[in-house]
Design a protein around this ligand. Sequence first.
Ligand SMILES: [Zn+2]
Length: 115
Amino acid sequence: MLCSSCNTRNPEGATKCSECGSSLLPFSVEVETGPDPYYETGPGKAEGLVDIIFNSIAAWVSGFKMRRELKKALGRKPTNADLSSLHTWMEVRDKEEKVSIAEKREASSSRASRS
Ligand SMILES: [Zn+2]
């Protein structure tokens, strides 16, 4: 094994030059140490992380939409108890139904008055 620094011939398998002490690691070992094997599992780990982030964003967005819907229906700022309250949501659906029925009546009456 020739030393790249001082060109001293060292015994095969030596990791350090006997003359100048610089590293004599064989070329094949240097290639093997290139890509870290732990990075091979990287994409899988990253996907899991993306999943977690995506799910928490989706939960946040749906929570935001629910709050907005509740605020519109109740005419007040919803509390955290309202979000998980079945009674509140039934109230919301009830109000929405009444609004849609009223809209339908309005539409049909305006159509009737025109003819
Ligand atoms: Zn050397």
